[in-house]
Design a binder for this molecule. Structure first.
Ligand SMILES: *Cc1c(COP(=O)(O)O)cnc(C)c1O
Length: 216
């Protein structure tokens, strides 16, 4: 399945985040041994435990809701945090990254789905963060793009519309705030059920769990 997905992603150079949450280390190693290096987790404790025992050249992406008080556990090693949805959280990531004399990449998470329960910002809230003087002072975090989750539905028209919305948000932010920034490139969208649509709509990073590891 890994090979099949990578072949599909190849024409657009879309990167694969293998979402390994709840899956044992042995199964992660299996994909690692086939060359996969980016893995995604959504629980801090689980991520820390896995990072300790698995190869150090894995790029760990945090994709779940992140509580401020838990940032310190992943700050020493995390490669990218997909789920930043407040200035408060961002300031804490900056603070903890600084302690370890490193910089952490992150994406702003947007609410593009119909469901009420999903986390994320709207464009106005994101711009409020990007325009705040406090944001300008953060030197140990680097924004690399945006992330979003479409509604869990069979309705492809709706899913496509939501991905288009996220791509448009990305383009707007790039134009207004990062026209010269070579690092502002990522649109993290697409999961097992909808990644093909996401890639068509401009995803640069898909986050796939179930298709690679089976049902959780
Ligand atoms: C679990 C999860 C995924 C992967 O979902 P699958 O449907 O198993 O591919 C992707 N993104 C986020 C944020 C997740 O929590």
């Amino acid at each position: 399945m890994l090979e099949k997905i990578l072949t599909e992603l190849q024409p657009t150079q879309t990167r694969l985040v293998a979402v390994s949450k709840t899956k044992p280390e042995a199964e992660i190693l299996e994909l690692y041994n086939k060359g996969q290096r980016i893995f995604g987790e959504n629980r801090v404790q689980e991520l820390v435990a896995k990072q300790e025992v698995l190869p150090k050249d894995i790029d760990w992406h945090f994709i779940g809701h992140l509580q401020t008080n838990k940032v310190k556990y992943i700050a020493p090693f995390v490669a990218c945090i997909h789920s930043v949805d407040s200035l408060k959280l961002l300031k804490e990531i900056n603070k903890q990254a600084k302690k370890h004399d490193r910089s952490v990449d992150y994406l702003l998470q947007f609410h593009i789905a119909e469901e009420e329960t999903k986390f994320g910002l709207n464009l106005e809230e994101a711009e409020e963060i990007l325009q705040s003087p406090e944001f300008q002072k953060l030197k140990n975090v680097r924004i690399t793009g945006v992330m979003g989750m479409a509604t869990f539905t069979e309705d492809e028209v709706q899913v496509r519309r939501e991905f288009k919305t996220l791509k448009k948000i990305f383009d707007t932010l790039k134009g207004r705030y990062f026209p010269e920034a070579a690092h502002f490139t990522e649109v993290s969208m697409g999961m097992s059920g909808d990644y093909a649509i996401a890639v068509e709509e401009g995803s640069t990073m898909v986050r796939i769990g179930t298709l690679l590891f089976g049902e959780r």
